[in-house]
Design a protein around this ligand. Structure first.
Ligand code: ARG
Length: 461
């Protein structure tokens, strides 16, 4: 019969219900490759401290390499009574190196500093993987922006027509938050690159083991200054979790627009067949399921962050078993985001924009009213008065169920003596868009700069 890691002081094994509750191999197994890497580094510092001789070290490293290969091939898996990945891998090591050598590895380390280190290794790796997938979406948004450069659309606030903008400008407005998310993934690495290994259970190691040497071997920039902090904190994991939630939220905002744009009423886009779904009963249907799943998964990914933060709230120092709950939320977030992003990027890459339809709607809903006001300001009218006069134009046009440019010269003149025929020059979508030519504006010249800058930032990240 196999004994638990803490066999010595116990008269009996764990109750079945405890074992079932305690068990984590069904989710922490994905950390197995990191655990073996950590063990190899730990064996080196045991050797450096004189706690393993040369032969023992060679036996240990050989067995760990074999174990890593067996984990990768599936030849070694967790057994029903292995509590967690660490327990299982210690069993695997002892099976390969023998109890005399294999039993020495646990000296000077605890599962508490082990797991704290593994989660940081995971965060660092996955931050790169997720970042690359986000940049793929950024690059597609940028490429589509370049492709439709110059095409206008109705810009909205409150979901109402506000002012015309370039479609490229709008697409890039979704790219910038994603670029910042990737920046967040890059700079959290500075905090994740600190190794808790050597913190032991909470108080540090007494065996003359060098935490900095383990840290260096595992690719960390250094080791923690405080072993209690090293084992008890999960803020770095929470930070990663937040960025994943933010990515899901940022994608969900574009998802929502794609769902709207895909309606009959908008008819701004058509989704590619390969990136849309049908209905089992309604033969005519073509549904934006990718966008809906992106929107839906955002809820779940936010839930993961909320769960993790709630686990951490008011948790006393140092390690508490509650911390075992740190892993599933983050794994679920990574898996969800990595399912959504490739499908979503493919959908954006292949959808067709109906730019004629967008252009036709761009000036409707009196979206050029601000341009009348700005025109009057350029003639020396105070903006307060210009706003009133432009508002009166909207009222007169609305009463007659017509657009601003349908008002006659007489009607303009009756509204205000400042309104002569020259106002017609600003009542065009292209004129309106071209006039917003300060940095960050929607004028084609500015959006062209933006397109280049977004591409440059994506390359740099
Ligand atoms: N499996 C635990 C976790 O994921 C690590 C083990 C620490 N267990 C303990 N009893 N100290 O956090």
């Amino acid at each position: 019969e196999r004994l638990a890691l803490w066999g010595g002081r116990f008269g009996s094994g764990p109750a079945a219900a405890l074992a079932a509750l305690s068990k984590s191999t069904h989710f922490d197994w994905r950390l197995a490759p990191y655990d073996v890497r950590g063990s190899k580094a730990h064996a080196h510092v045991l050797h450096a401290a004189g706690l393993l001789d040369d032969e023992e070290l060679a036996t240990m490293q050989g067995a760990l390499d074999q174990l890593a290969a067996d984990v990768a091939s599936g030849a070694f898996v967790a057994a029903a009574d292995d509590e967690d990945v660490h327990t299982a891998l210690e069993r695997g090591l002892i099976e390969r190196a023998g109890p005399a050598v294999g039993g020495k590895l646990r000296a000077g380390r605890s599962r508490n500093d082990q797991i704290a280190t593994l989660i940081r290794l995971f965060v660092r790796d996955q931050a790169r993987v997720v970042g690359a997938a986000v940049l793929d979406l950024v690059d597609v948004l940028q490429a589509r922006a370049v492709e439709v450069h110059g095409a206008p659309m109705p810009g909205r606030t409150h979901l109402q027509h506000a002012q015309p903008v370039l479609l490229s400008h709008h697409l890039l407005a979704h790219a910038w938050p994603l670029l910042r998310d990737v920046e967040r993934l890059r700079d959290l690495d500075e905090r994740a690159a600190v190794s808790p290994y050597g913190s032991g259970a909470l108080a540090g190691s007494s065996l003359g083991l060098d935490p900095e040497a383990v840290a260096a071997e595992l690719g960390f920039a250094g080791s923690v200054w405080n072993s209690i902090d090293g084992t008890a904190s999960r803020d770095v994991a929470a930070e990663f979790s937040f960025v994943l939630a933010m990515i899901a939220i940022d994608v969900s905002r574009l998802a929502e627009e794609i769902i709207l744009w895909n309606t009959k009423e908008f008819s701004f886009i058509t989704l590619d067949d390969a990136y849309s779904t049908g209905s089992s009963i309604m033969p005519q249907k073509k549904n934006p399921d990718i966008a809906e799943l992106a929107r839906g998964k955002a809820g779940r990914v936010i839930g993961d962050l909320t769960g993790l933060l709630t686990t951490l709230k008011a948790l006393p120092l140092a390690y508490n078993r509650d911390l075992q709950e740190d892993k599933e939320p983050i794994f679920d977030q990574v898996d969800s985001v990595m399912l959504v992003l490739p499908a979503f990027t493919g959908m954006v890459a292949t959808l067709v924009f109906h730019t004629d339809r967008m252009a036709a709607l761009a000036p409707q809903g009196f979206s050029l009213a601000t341009d009348i006001a700005d025109h009057l300001v350029r003639q020396g009218v105070a903006f307060r008065d210009a706003h009133e006069i432009s508002g009166a134009c909207v009222r007169v046009a609305e009463e007659q169920d017509k657009e601003l440019w349908d008002l006659t010269d007489e009607e303009f003149a009756a509204i205000s003596p400042h309104l002569d025929a020259s106002v017609r020059a600003v009542l065009t979508v292209d004129g309106s868009i071209a006039s917003r030519d300060a940095k960050g504006g929607t004028a084609p010249v500015r959006v062209a700069e933006q397109e280049q800058e977004a591409a440059a930032q994506s390359t740099r990240l």
